[in-house]
Design a protein around this ligand. Structure first.
Ligand SMILES: [Zn+2]
Ligand SMILES: [Zn+2]
Length: 97
């Protein structure tokens, strides 16, 4: 079936895009933490809210949440996420101490 094979192809392409290279530089690591599509703490994909383009301020993978009261020590914005693995700024990807 032509339609089915096309769908399988799409799935494979998605998987390839999600794969994270093993040899990533420090800059690329920061890029992962500030990617709006990814959780800044564990870099897992963040679910979208319903049909819209907005994403939840919460990670289903590591339970990290946006800590609105925290300010990033690097860029000064209130986009710091707090999770079990630490605190990371979603604006610049910087790990908070
Ligand atoms: Zn996470
Ligand atoms: Zn920041």
């Amino acid at each position: 079936m032509a339609l089915e094979s096309a769908m399988n192809k799409g799935k494979l392409a998605d998987l390839e895009n999600e794969e994270i290279p093993k040899h990533i530089s420090k800059t690329d690591k920061l890029a992962l933490h500030k990617d709006p599509k990814l959780c800044p703490v564990c870099t897992a994909k963040i679910e979208k809210i319903g049909k819209g383009t907005r994403r939840k301020n919460q990670c289903a993978s590591c339970n990290a949440v946006l800590a609105k009261e925290l300010k990033c020590t690097r860029c000064g914005t209130n986009r710091v996420w707090r999770g079990a693995k630490g605190k990371y700024c979603h604006g610049c990807g910087h790990a908070q101490t």
